[in-house]
Design a protein around this ligand. Structure first.
Ligand code: NAG
Length: 385
């Protein structure tokens, strides 16, 4: 993420929770979580003639997964270009791969990851830096490309941000969304994406969804109406970092990160979007109706609510598809916790020294229970029964 003053290398995790049981069952059985896959460092299946020894091209210690999605047969990892040395920003592994340290395949092919080369043109079909991806119910992968290279080093704006939608049956780009310049700010960093299908009609094949996007460095939420192809930008003080929470502590590491809104979760039952800046102990909500209505009129304020306070800062956030439970990961506690604002029930699901920064929390109902953790020098894929 974007920070001025990282005093030590931050551990990184991507976490995914799959459920096929009630959330309560998960909470009760959390001690049965086990690691089913882990990595020391991420490595790629490179073409034979790639300059793998060049650290500016590939530096395994700089490849950090912040986003994860699971398809029918592939698991997708988003590895943004936080530093130099990230050869591909979106990759896949087979869901059935055996053994640890599965090798990443650039997705859909290496030709989509040429942004670091001299002859790359931003109008080409390719990706610069992807923090998070989402799969919609039409089996299409939405890749949100921030367009910024080396965001933790020199923050080079390589290309404007965009979305590429891949059809996972054909692995072809079926739609490209370029954002109008009025929703982009000089320091924009688009990091997270929610695809809201609650009013989508089956015959429209997911081309009538609403999309909510976090701008973490120039804090705001960008809304895209994919049916009308309209985009607008909304902002609120709750999306900004709180200077009192600029310093985070994880295990023995202390670092300063003044990131704005980055965690987002969507509760489709109550049509509420939850969000949190990194530098805060607070969790906020806003109704999707108020996001969908369009740009704010002059003097109008977005009806953001304070949902509650957490024990420490966090990034990853998820909401259960039913029941309203929110999952979050307080950084200092290196844990995964859940909280139901309707019943005020709190639970600790998992504590681990391996679970440091949960960059992404996801819940999928349709697969067996599974949890994935990724961090900088070690990544683990956990499973819970
Ligand atoms: C990029 O490609 C577009 C479309 O092919 C072209 O119009 C433009 O001049 C190219 N830009 C550069 C810098 O080559």
């Amino acid at each position: 993420m974007h920070g001025q003053n990282i005093t030590s290398r931050i551990w990184i995790i991507v976490l995914l929770i799959f459920i096929n049981e009630s959330l309560q069952t998960i909470a009760l059985h959390s001690s049965y979580m086990e690691t089913v896959k882990q990595w020391n460092l991420l490595s790629y299946n490179f073409p034979w003639d790639y300059p793998v020894a060049n650290k500016d091209f590939y530096n395994a210690e700089n490849v950090v997964a912040t986003g994860i999605e699971v398809g029918y047969d592939l698991i997708f990892l988003a590895t943004p270009r936080l530093f130099a040395g990230v050869p591909a920003t979106l990759s896949s592994i087979s869901r059935n791969s055996h053994g640890d340290s599965p090798i990443l395949e650039a997705y859909p092919s290496w030709s989509h990851h040429r942004s670091g080369t001299n002859d790359y043109n931003c109008t080409d079909i390719g990706l610069v830096s992807v923090y998070r991806v989402r799969i919609d119910s039409c089996n299409r992968l939405w890749a949100l490309d921030a367009g910024v290279s080396r965001s933790l080093e020199d923050f080079e704006i390589s290309c404007p941000p965009k979305i590429l939608i891949y059809d996972l049956y054909t692995n072809q780009v079926v739609r490209r969304i370029d954002f109008p310049t009025e929703v982009i700010r000089g320091e924009s960093l688009f990091t997270n994406i929610i695809v809201d299908e609650t009013t989508s009609k089956k015959e429209n094949h997911c081309d009538d969804v609403f999309v909510y996007i976090t701008d973490t460095v120039a804090p705001g939420i960008v809304v895209y109406d994919s049916e009308k192809d309209l985009t607008w930008r909304l902002s609120h003080p709750a999306m900004y970092p709180d200077p009192d929470f600029a310093e985070s502590t994880i295990l023995e590491h202390r670092f300063t990160l003044m990131d704005g809104v980055v965690g987002m979760a969507f509760d489709p039952e109550s049509a509420i979007l939850y969000f949190q800046p990194l530098a805060t102990d607070r969790l906020f909500s806003v109704s999707t109706a108020s996001l969908r209505i369009g740009p704010l009129g002059f003097g109008k304020e977005l009806p953001v609510k304070l949902v509650g306070r957490k024990s420490s800062q966090g990034i990853g956030l998820a909401a259960a598809p039913l029941g309203g439970t929110i999952f979050y990961s307080p950084l200092s506690e290196t844990a995964i916790a859940s909280w139901n604002p309707r019943t005020n029930e709190h639970r600790y699901l998992k504590h681990s020294n391996k679970l440091t920064v949960a960059y992404s929390l996801k819940i999928r109902k349709e697969f067996s229970s599974l949890q994935i953790c990724v961090r900088l020098n070690e990544m683990a894929l956990l499973s819970t029964y």
